[in-house]
Design a protein around this ligand. Structure first.
Ligand code: LMR
Length: 402
């Protein structure tokens, strides 16, 4: 009998988001609709390569002279772009060299590098996540060995922020712990604090020895690229140390290229250099150095004024289409006679909405109509189109009336 070390391996449960996308791909129903994973689709129901990206790729194909490794942290030009996008070009933290930025394979790896760094430096810290949060957040932080807990965030009855409970919970977070906040387009609820509420949140961090870890995956998909950076700049303007995971998956449509960044804002350039050395150590022991293609596209678009203008316009188009789909979804549900008021969707921002559709209805929509929604009721509005809207709303109305 040969050695069978894997005989006892139990199968893992499917991923709550990407597992459903796999099921969707295997579904033969021609009317199937995938509202699970946060991927932008155009009116034709296709995830497009942005025109600005396509042109930059053509330029890069001509210019590329080597496939040598990038440095462990990636290119300095890329790090500058990331910092300027997040903090604004003239932010003192950028000017004073207080930010350590590493190019990571997507926003998820940024979270993971951040998690590994925190676990190594602050082994007893707990990270606190909003309730609810992106279902992959607990997995990423637990895999790094960090303890995970939550703070109140969303009130399903009123479809709004539980602001008092959230602030009270932040007052009670033990010293030395870490709090993860979504900068904009909260995933999964689409509900963000307003500037006044952010002010109250930042004020607590100014008084208390707790570290903000900001997840910034949807810049440009809320109100605008600058407006969406409000919260992260409020933290940085307050002179706070913070950690930011960011991503170009959505706003550049570079999902499969895996292009993101982790930025740590420290108190001075010396501290930031020390942090950088630790981030590099983490990266080296994990994936060694980042892939080059996606970050190069971002560099070319930012370095070519006409491509940058084109890209900015394309982000506006994506954002406007998502808003239009929100309006159309609410109207079409009404047209199909649904009594339940879905107008709260119009107040939510970004790709996602917490629809309030319960587990049973989610299952019925999948099994009877081939409409795929995350079990918690999160829907990706950016996957709705003029062509699938009627079937979608008719099916939801049928299931919710049953
Ligand atoms: C999502 O939440 O659907 C996206 O961030 C994609 C993912 O990796 O889950």
């Amino acid at each position: 009998m040969s050695y069978r070390p894997f005989a006892e391996v139990e199968p893992a449960p499917p991923d709550p988001i990407l597992g459903l996308t796999e099921d969707f791909r295997n579904d033969a129903n021609p009317r199937k609709i995938n509202l699970t994973s946060g991927v932008y689709l155009n009116e034709a129901g296709v995830n497009p390569v942005l025109k600005s990206v396509k042109q930059a790729e053509k330029m890069w194909l001509e210019q590329e002279t080597t496939k040598d490794y990038l440095g462990i942290a990636g290119e300095a030009t890329y790090a500058q772009i990331v910092q300027q996008m997040i903090f604004g070009p003239h932010h003192p933290a950028v000017r004073e060299g207080r930010i350590a930025t590493v190019n990571t394979p997507g926003g998820t790896a940024a979270l993971r590098v951040g998690a590994d760094f925190l676990r190594a430096q602050f082994p007893t810290a707990t990270i606190r996540l909003s309730d609810p949060t992106w279902p992959n957040h607990p997995g990423v932080f637990r895999s790094a060995g960090l303890a995970v807990d939550s703070y109140p965030y969303y009130a399903p009855e009123s479809h709004s922020l539980k602001v008092q409970e959230m602030l009270a919970a932040l007052e009670r977070v033990p010293e030395g712990d870490v709090v993860l906040l979504h900068v904009c387009c909260h995933n999964p609820t689409g509900v963000d604090p307003d500037p006044e509420q952010w002010g109250r949140i930042v004020e607590i961090f100014q008084r208390r020895p707790i570290l903000p870890f900001l997840d910034f995956a949807y810049q440009g998909f809320g109100t605008g690229s600058e407006e969406d950076a409000y919260a992260v700049r409020a933290f940085a303007d307050a002179g706070l140390n913070l950690v930011v995971a960011s991503s170009f998956s959505k706003n550049f449509g570079l999902y499969r290229e895996r292009v993101g960044a982790l930025s740590v804002v420290a108190s001075d350039a010396g501290e930031s250099a020390n942090v950088m050395s630790r981030l590099k150590q983490t990266v080296r022991g994990n994936y060694s150095n980042p892939p080059a293609h996606g970050s190069k596209i971002v560099e070319i678009v930012f370095g070519t004024p006409e491509l940058r203008r084109l890209w900015e316009q394309e982000v506006v188009e994506m954002r406007d289409r998502i808003r239009e789909m929100r309006r159309s979804f609410v109207q079409t549900l009404k047209k199909h006679g649904l009594k339940r008021d879905f107008s709260f969707l119009l107040r939510q921002k970004g790709m996602f909405s917490y629809s309030g559709i319960g587990k049973e209805a989610v299952r019925a929509l999948r099994e009877n109509y081939s409409i795929y929604i995350v079990e918690n009721g999160r829907i990706n509005v950016a996957a709705m189109t003029g062509a699938n809207m009627d079937y979608l709303c008719r099916s939801i109305a049928a299931v919710l009336k049953e």
